[in-house]
Ligand binder design. Structure first.
Ligand code: ATP
Length: 871
């Protein structure tokens, strides 16, 4: 089977938006406030009947009017919707085009009715499937067809296969050729529409639905039915395969807790539904903005739903959004909200292209494409002319714009500004995350290349050399790709920074406008509220951002646990035995399936268990052990230190701890100069106490400076920091012996349990000829004979430590990530190794040791252990 690649020709098209208003239900005793005019316009009346004529003509009512590609009133059937707005899109699927149809609206507005329908009024899914098979039937004599179907649901951010009896949860994968795919999703070959409908019914019976006060059969999940039609021509283009894909999506509906009267699990489901729909709305907003602002960031990654719909929203797909609304006056806010997003969705552009096999595309195909493109160009020209004529009327309209519309614009812009800021910061965060991963991979690649080169030198057989040589080439090629990615991401990051700056500028302008209007005695109360809203919006930005990052951390942890389970299972170990063993040792582990639909409290509990209890809790009471590569990353070589503190010729060795979330404080640095020093910062923009000014030098200086500048941070210096030890009296072993007792008796509990930020840092150095040796800290385990140092800061003369001890042997933090940076000192003898890890969600440890051999300093090993606790 040849790989399916689309030819280069792309056709830009906009999302088709159809609005469908359902009839007023009998039990809804309210008023019908929706009017559909000319099959295109929707008028939503003010639900407040008491507004008088004057208010209405002064535009003081909440009446709203929108215009769409199609609008259907309560008397329209699903067939009407299908025939006018969907059928042409469906025909394209048999021609190798992709199509997406999704129903959007609040709970009880009629989405499922529209998509699935009833026996008397079959829904869009049913009608589309019949159409596909009718077309196939017609062209069966000339072409071969293969139709497959899958059906999934996204429930509480977890994907399930609706065609599997008891589906586990499925993961999304990004495939370079096919885009987002769902790994392990069952695809069933079907030969008739009836077969798919049978599967659809089966899937629907498995779909999560609940009875709520707003809708007796409320869908609690988003369902995606996907049909893939492969077409192979029998005669002329025997090797050509076209592949069309149709995604039919029935979303769960947004809801207000007060209306549904839900509690417990239903309430949590509702919150999840709202969250993913908000993510979708944000994507629609951002995409709708693109024509205005160029390539705005689209936050697809905020939910599984938006990742699944990514192609349908901006990729290769002809897409129809069916916005379903209720005519009831009680639903006014939902209706206007749905219509607002539907209105924005009209601006979304997708780029469709036929998915055709790699074999040559025939000239006639190109001719057909050119023809259709020319038709499209004509249509667009017409549209452009229409839009221009509309615009020319606008200035006149503007003149009569009253205060209300000015306020509306201001409020709209304010909320857009806030949303944009959220998106930009998230984008920046994602970029940083990606680049951190890239840098880690780069490091690994460098190590691998170095190893391969050493191996190459030792090879004698020509064949072996050739083989390894090609491996090095492959590694180098990958390295180049990573470097390019890093560069691209850095550039994109700079652009995002600029956008953030202009967003900030815009924010200030808006604020000035509001303040000026307040002082000019405009609509004071409203403006005050707006100003307040803006401030709250900014706070909300922070919270959302933090939440997203926490989600990311939790997600990473879960992924890691799952991977470890995969590994254990791969090794053929028995799950039951592992769990029994863990239970005996008092370790609680999340089980293999990691039941995803845990309630909030359960999730919290399980993550506490994951972090809070481990086999190491014996060493550190009250402290657990876990780690996350993503959430605790140390970057090297950032200018976090002050060079002015170094003696001439000293090489600063910066160690930079990136904040876990952006209100954390930690940047730590050490170097080979007599002073260990430290900088702290509060977020990516703000340095606490000023950049580089903060330092503490130990043991001579008590770290008061730092404390003064950063009252939130408490510094623990170990008992050692108060004393100096004569180097001549030391050996590695008796150093530990001599001072460990002191350490054990003090502070260590506090260090882990204190409520504030806890930092301990320092360095040790052995100087020739009886000069002072300094060492700052250690943990609660003595040095162990034979295996180097366990758990302690220490210094060792290099004569005793010509081969630096492996951290993996000496540290109890066995699962931590070891980061080797190789030699980065001028001295060829200098070696470094570092280890970072999480002690729990809030505390990071950092181990580093270095073997130094510089100028007037004899070789020594310096080990630093830095505990950082974020506030
Ligand atoms: N066009 C219509 N004609 C008659 N009844 C309709 C129509 N559209 C919806 N209804 C009725 O309205 C109620 C709610 O519809 P439906 O379950 O499709 O809403 P929904 O938007 O899918 O809700 P949820 O998001 O909670 O799943 C159902 O009883 C349905 O039969």
């Amino acid at each position: 089977m040849p790989s399916i690649r689309a030819p280069a020709t792309k056709k830009a098209t906009t999302l088709t938006v159809a609005v469908k208003c359902r009839p007023l239900a009998e039990k809804e005793r309210g008023r019908d406030i929706v009017r559909v005019i000319d099959h295109k316009k929707v008028l939503v009346l003010d639900p407040d009947l008491s507004k008088d004529y004057l208010e209405r003509i002064q535009n003081r009512t909440k009446e709203k009017k929108y215009s769409f590609d199609y609008a259907f009133g309560p008397d329209s059937t699903n067939l009407d919707v299908y025939t006018k707005s969907i059928s042409s899109v469906i025909s394209g699927v048999v021609q190798g085009l992709n199509a997406t149809v999704f129903a959007y609206g609040s709970t009880g507005s009629g989405k499922t009715y529209t998509m699935a329908g009833t026996k008397d009024d079959p829904g869009l899914m049913v009608l589309s499937l019949h159409r596909i098979f009718d077309l196939i039937q017609r062209e069966k004599s000339s072409d071969e067809f293969e139709v497959t179907c899958s059906y999934l649901e996204v429930y509480n951010e977890v994907i399930y296969d609706l065609l599997e009896k008891s589906s586990g949860h499925l993961e999304l994968r990004e495939d370079p050729e096919q885009g987002i795919t769902v790994a392990g999703l069952r695809c069933i070959k079907v030969h008739s529409a009836d077969k798919i409908l049978e599967l659809l019914n089966l899937g629907n019976s498995r779909r999560k639905t609940e009875s709520t006060e707003a809708n007796v059969t409320s869908s609690r999940s988003h369902a995606v039915l996907e049909i893939i039609v492969k077409r192979k021509q029998k005669n002329k283009y025997r090797n050509q395969v076209m592949r069309g894909k149709l995604a039919l999506v029935d979303l769960a509906g947004s809801e207000r807790a007060s209306e549904t009267n839900n509690g417990g699990q239903k309430l949590r489901d509702g919150a999840n539904i709202n969250r993913s729909l908000l993510a979708l709305a944000n994507c629609i907003n951002a995409l709708g903005n693109q024509h205005k602002k160029g390539l705005a960031y689209v936050p697809y990654r905020n939910s599984k739903l938006t990742r699944i719909l990514k192609d349908g929203l901006s990729g290769n797909s002809q897409t129809v959004m069916v916005a379903s609304i209720s005519p009831a006056d009680s639903q006014y806010h939902h209706t206007v909200n749905t219509l607002k997003y539907a209105d924005r969705a009209k601006e979304i552009k997708t780029h469709i292209q036929k998915n055709i096999g790699t074999i040559d595309t025939h000239v006639s195909d190109y001719q057909r494409m050119i023809d259709s493109l020319q038709i499209e160009v004509c249509r667009l020209k017409k549209e452009l002319a229409e839009k221009e004529s509309q615009l020319s009327i606008k200035p006149a309209e503007k003149a009569v714009d009253d205060e209300l519309s000015w306020l509306n614009t201001l409020s709209h812009e304010t909320s857009e500004n806030v949303q944009e800021r959220i998106n930009l910061q998230k984008a920046l965060y994602e970029l940083e995350e990606t680049n951190l991963r890239n840098r880690t991979e780069l490091q690994h690649l460098d190590d691998a290349i170095a190893k391969q080169q050493v191996a190459l030198k030792q090879h004698t057989y020509y064949m072996a050399i050739e083989k390894d040589g090609s491996a090095v080439e492959a590694l180098r090629a990958r390295r180049q790709v990573i470097l390019d990615n890093i560069r691209d991401n850095d550039e994109a990051g700079v652009n995002y920074q600029k956008e953030i700056e202009s967003n900030e500028k815009h924010r200030c302008q808006l604020q000035d406008m509001i303040e000026e209007a307040i002082s000019n005695n405009g609509n004071k109360t409203y403006l005050r509220i707006l100003s307040q809203y803006r401030l709250l919006g900014m706070a909300n930005t922070e919270l959302q951002f933090e939440m997203a990052m926490r989600d990311q951390v939790i997600h990473n942890q879960r992924e890691m646990v799952r991977n470890m389970w995969d590994l254990l299972m791969g090794l053929g170990l028995d799950e039951r035995r592992i769990l029994d063993l863990a239970a005996k040792k008092g370790i609680t582990i999340e089980d293999w399936t990691m039941k995803p639909h845990l309630g909030l409290s359960t999730i919290k509990r399980s993550s506490e268990l994951a972090f809070g209890r481990s086999s190491l809790s014996g060493y550190f009471p009250g402290m657990g052990l876990s780690y996350s590569r993503q959430s605790c990353v140390f970057e090297r070589c950032q200018d976090s230190g002050s060079r002015s503190m170094l003696k001439e010729g000293d090489e600063p060795t910066h160690a930079f701890c990136r904040e876990e979330h952006h209100s954390s404080y930690f940047v730590v640095s050490h170097d080979h100069s007599p002073s260990a020093y430290m900088n702290t910062r509060k977020s990516s923009e703000h340095w606490v106490g000023g950049r580089s000014n903060l330092c503490f030098s130990s043991p001579d200086k008590h770290p008061q400076d730092l404390r003064k500048s950063c009252p939130e941070m408490r510094i623990h210096s170990s008992p050692y920091s108060e004393s100096c030890i004569s180097a001549s009296a030391l050996t590695a072993a008796n150093f530990g012996k001599q001072y460990m007792d002191g350490w054990n008796s003090t502070l260590r509990q506090e260090m882990f349990n204190g409520p504030h930020a806890v930092t301990s840092s320092g360095q040790g150095r052995m100087v020739n000829h009886g000069a002072t040796a300094r060492c700052l800290f250690g943990y609660n385990r003595p040095l162990e004979q034979g295996s180097g140092i366990v758990n302690s800061s220490f210094i060792v003369p290099s004569t005793e430590c010509s081969n630096p001890p492996e951290f993996s042997n000496m540290s109890p933090f066995a699962p931590a990530t070891t980061v080797s940076f190789g030699s980065r000192n001028s001295s060829p003898n200098a070696k470094e190794d570092e280890k970072v890890g999480f002690l729990d969600r809030r505390r990071v440890f950092w181990l580093s040791h270095s073997v130094v051999n510089t100028r007037n300093v004899a070789s020594s090993v310096v080990v630093h252990i830095v505990m950082i606790k974020t506030v």
